[in-house]
Write a protein that binds this ligand. Sequence first.
Ligand code: TPP
Ligand code: MG
Length: 541
Amino acid sequence: MEIWQYLINAVQKAGADHVFGIQGDYVLNFFSRAHKSSLKVVNMCDEQGAGFAADGYARINGFGAVCATYGPGCLKLVNPTAQAYAELSPVLVISGVPGVSERGGDPLLHHKVKSFDTQLNVFKEMTCAQAQLSDAKTAAEEIDRVIAAVKRSKRPGYIELPRDMVNAETVVCPKYPEQEKPVDKEALDRAVDRAVGILSKAQKPVISVGMEVHRFGFQKIVLELIERSGFPFVTGVLSKSVITEFHPQFCGVYAGAMSPEPVQQLVEGADGIIAVGPLLSDLATGIFNFDIDIRKTIVPLSERVIIGGKEFYEAGIGSFVPALTEKADLFKKPDTVFEKNKTDVFVPVSGQKITMKRLIAALNGFLDGNMIVVADAGDAMFAGLDLVLAREAGFLSPAYYASTGFAVPAAVGAKAAAPDKRVIVLEGDGSFQMTGMEISTAAGLGHNTVVIILNNGGYGTFRKIIDGPYNDLHNWNYAGVPEALNSGKGFAVRTEDDLISALFRVKDHPDEMAVIEVVLDRMDFSERSLLLTSRIKSGIK
Ligand SMILES: Cc1ncc(C[n+]2csc(CCOP(=O)(O)OP(=O)(O)O)c2C)c(N)n1
Ligand SMILES: [Mg+2]
């Protein structure tokens, strides 16, 4: 089989039927072949957008791919690949590079930086495995090695395809199924007994569902633990909606000091916490402000379990959680009464200026289980944490690495991965000005995406920390964007009535793309954003 064909087959076998990217002469041959294959190639406006699209696709689909040319193309993928690495998104980066036969004497071929390997060296910092397909004999094996590492670790991988190797014949080697690491039954029993010891004494237990539950596909076994134990559960900023938020035991999104009062009390007042697969970043904990007794915590991770803060066992979520669930009779609390995060009901007040708080209340009435929300870094994400979503994994956000400009391109990937769903983008004006042009890609693909732009005149998040002209942006006619694209409908929302009529119109036109510009006061922030920035400000002083 020729290398290009093997690579396309391998991407498809890994689970992706789309690849996002932009071509260039080093990747043109591969691109044209991919276009003719059954893989769907999505041409984006910019490589950074392609990287975010592949990330959004991978977060929903479990594997994504992006393809770019050497140098200026692929180096624009650095930021989205870094985000995918930091937030466990399995994306394969494929770069067409100068041919093996062109490199003798180290010529100044266009797009080269310092050496032919500069790009590879950069990507080593943000990928779990790398391969240069410069030897046809081993190319197939190398492709398999990188893709297996991506699937296993849920981190990006990197493959360079020299342009003179695209049509070289590679040797297809037999596949051996990956051996699962055997479970140490004794260690597992010890861990479960110890956890049962904590939980059986707990009067106010809680389960916190973390990001790894989604990334490694443990939703089913965690849901079983939740239901058999009867414990209330919360999610975190990176795991919002991993389990449906319509579940009767769901109480809200916990983020340390950046949490609504009832959710903070539920978690910090607990005397037994099962925190499954968390990522305890600053943004997930209100800048590390959380008052939890570590001795009462049980933290199953993908490959180990930490109990009481110090003991490590050779078991991970996959074996530990079902074993703990089996003993649920020893600690279950089926009749516990717990307080949930409250959501406001939205009844529009005529002529009333729209605010962030009321927007979220209105969206809670608008969203349904057929929608996926992609919220960008900034107040879109903080405010978005209090949206209540019926759909599992219906909320995507770069809540740790926090690269602004994620949402519109990620929505292109999300829609490609879930074509029967409607994607709702929630993002700030600043983020939209960074990568919003990818709405053109969405329009070209006929997507019915709804982009809600929170226009607060600039980088609002920083106004509360240190304000100045560096937080201001030139104002656009955001509602005019669909007209410029010859696609979709634009709305400028200033009042509650404007908002409700825009949302009705959007619901009534399920096939139409829409941009809803929500004009907010410059100093109108969500409660969570205010809590966070006051912490940051006190750290800066
Ligand atoms: C790529 C990138 N550049 C800069 C930042 C720093 N940053 C964080 S929030 C933010 C403001 C974004 O503005 P907007 O999208 O309008 O959101 P708002 O703060 O107004 O809610 C910026 C620039 C970042 N996180 N990522
Ligand atoms: Mg803004």
